[in-house]
Write a protein that binds this ligand. Sequence first.
Ligand code: NAP
Length: 446
Amino acid sequence: MTLRIAIVGAGPSGLYATDALNSAGHHVDVIERLPVPFGLVRYGVAPDHYSIRSVRGTLEKVLLEPNVRLLAGVEVGRDVSVDELLAAYDGVVLTYGASRDRLLQIPGEDLPGSLAATDLVAWYCGHPDADRAAVESALSAATSVVVVGVGNVSVDVTRVLTAPADRLERTDMPQHVLDILESSGIRDVHVLGRRSPAQATWTTKELRELGEIDGIDVVVEPADFELEPVVVGLMESDRVVARNVEVMRGWIDNEPAEGNRHIHLHFHSRPAEITGTDRVSGVVVERTALDESGAARGTGETYEIEAQLIVRSVGYRGMPLAGVPFDASRHVVPNADGRVLGEDGVPIPGLYVAGWIKRGPTGIIGTNKKDAGATVASLLADRVDIAPRGGDGVFALLLERGITPIHIDGWQAVDAAERALGQAQGRDRTTIHEHDSLRAAASGVE
Ligand code: NAP
């Protein structure tokens, strides 16, 4: 029995789910809002992290399978509803991720010059929805930057903001991004962790890399490494934590060189207020102490960092999709083993979820393979006895509505155009960053 399944979102989770379904002999339509596939592999992984980005090759192979069809440039909830998908397919798997930033909920968060990491990352990866004006205006004024949060996204944005031009020139960043980063006046980046260094969520490889880049010095405060009893156990039980602390301790004696850019790591430090009248001028930081559960509690003691740009890198959050239940406190679609649960707590027949919108924004890309596999196992266990609907999914319905989906050959045309653009600029490839240009490249009209 062959099922026809719709996957909503062509990022890693969606394409791992597609791979699992295709390997089991089923037909899959992968529906993607943007004109191009690959989600966070294209628009989240830092452009200078080539080996992580190279997973795109594996994901592309899935889209080339004969029983897999890419329908890009189609927005579920606008061009076609979830109910229409449920009526046209034997199963629907939502894998649309967690695209928004979490908020700090402190005064000044909305001032010009205060950016979500999601906005900055979208901009330097060439996402067609990036708010260029907001990011470029914030960057133009910045000599000192505060990055809030000590996870892997904060390492990425800190590295990209401080890296020397020759490191970035080899990437596929759009040319305007390179030009702006190259001429940026940034000298200092202050990274704030609200708890102790042992509780930072970055991975050691990414952290260590910060200290290996020419032209950058990492500066840390020795007092931050007097670890409280509540975190000493963490170091003993978790090798990543122990290695992270060791890497950071190794920077205690760093003598920052004049002329270099400086990255200052601050712990037990949480932002209390972003200051400024018409734009950001600094951050009031409150010192914290850990309580017995390891959570940060304010001490009332504050200090100030002058900064013209604040990057809030405190995690992502998922958004609701029309017609689908949503857990507004956890920012995920409620589910049991990937089966979407209705308000009565009972699974909605045929509707599934995988990836960040299923479990929240955690883990590395590979985590999504196992996660998507588990959802597909639930789907196949439930749908094994149904009579397949047959038909061609929503393709005809989309055409009737004047929507022409972009298929894999459209992506291949974009890929070729990006390589040609890059080579004309002496690089391997350059990301095309505008909706119209992506669509034109996809249809072979340049
Ligand atoms: P994350 O690892 O959850 O880090 C979020 C950081 O924000 C934590 O340090 C957290 O501190 C802090 N935070 C949260 N709320 C805060 C607040 N109100 N005030 C101050 N600090 C606050 O998330 P992420 O960095 O966005 O990364 C998302 C996922 O993508 C992670 O699983 C990450 O590993 C993955 N990723 C991987 C790579 C890679 O492999 N190279 C690259 C990028 C992203 P607390 O711990 O105190 O809450």
